[in-house]
Design a protein around this ligand. Structure first.
Ligand SMILES: C[S@@+](CC[C@H](N)C(=O)[O-])C[C@H]1O[C@@H](n2cnc3c(N)ncnc32)[C@H](O)[C@@H]1O
Length: 262
């Protein structure tokens, strides 16, 4: 009887240890398939986490079936490979755009080499023009350099009809935008690791100029963040966190949404 009781206790201890370990598993969604493992959770953007509860997968930040079912990654095909540091955040941004039915997209910093530098710069202008063409959205890309705009125009071809290219300083442009911005992508003034301040200050001024046009459902993404001193995003992120926004994905690009929007 004593031996039976001991084995029962032993069994219960082992199963609860196994259960605890299982609940520490992390998962992520890709191509609508679940992948599970014990990888370091920092590896996945926060919104892609899945946790297991009573053996069911819970996608704990953005449970929208619709967003998961849309294959937003089609816009990255042949442009941004899966092992590129921007892949997961671009994919997530596109999914959120779908989910939140973005109608107005604004980016600062145009794809200056057109479609020739997806790997280095991101080629956002092409990717988001493609998305806008399929989603009845208005898209604007502002750049201070006419050559950058010319290269983007040439690469866009017919997609140019869905992306308005504006020649201006980004801060001046944003100050007078005067219309709600559903998605704001900040990627202008180049970041210099030896002199981080000019770029960080410029991006801070961009968010201050754009802020009156953001709504609680807007999405903000910043490029070139996973760099010394926090790259382009440091001051922008600080500014938004102070106003009730939250970082929902953190990698080479950072994505923020307002806390009250989910
Ligand atoms: C890194 S590139 C943009 C890359 C692009 N978003 C992409 O994904 O390929 C930065 C661009 O910002 C532009 N830029 C720099 N300072 C600017 C300013 N004050 N206003 C607007 N554009 C600016 C540069 O001319 C350059 O084309």
């Amino acid at each position: 009887m004593f031996a039976l009781k001991n084995s029962l206790v032993f069994f219960l201890v082992i199963t609860s240890i196994l259960h605890a370990q299982k609940s520490k598993e992390y998962g992520f969604l890709e191509d609508n398939k679940e992948f599970w493992g014990h990888q370091n959770k920092e590896f996945f953007p926060m919104v892609d986490y899945l946790v297991k509860k009573e053996n069911k997968a819970i996608h704990f930040r953005f449970p929208s079936k619709r967003a998961q079912n849309e294959d937003a990654n089609v816009y990255l095909f042949n442009r941004i490979p899966k092992d590129n540091p921007r892949y997961k955040t671009f994919a997530l941004a596109l999914r959120l755009m779908q989910e939140r039915e973005v109608k107005t997209f604004v980016e600062t910093g145009t794809a200056r080499l057109g479609d020739k530098n997806f790997l280095g710069d991101g080629g956002s202008t092409i990717i988001f023009a493609d998305w806008a063409s399929q989603n009845n959205a208005e898209a604007y890309s502002v750049d201070i350099d006419l050559n950058a705009l010319g290269n983007a125009r040439a690469a866009l071809g017919p997609l140019g009809a869905y992306m308005e290219l504006i020649h201006s300083d980004s801060i001046d442009f944003l100050q007078t935008f005067n219309c709600p911005i559903d998605f704001l992508y900040l990627d202008s003034y180049d970041f210099d690791v030896n002199d981080p301040n000019p770029s960080q200050q410029h991006h801070l001024k961009e968010i201050i100029a754009a802020y009156p046009y953001l709504t609680e459902d807007s999405i903000v993404m910043i490029d070139d963040c996973d760099l010394p001193h926090g790259g382009k995003g440091t001051l922008v992120i600080e500014y938004l966190l102070d106003r009730g926004w939250e970082v929902i994905a953190e990698g080479y690009q950072v994505i923020l949404v307002h806390k009250s929007s989910y």
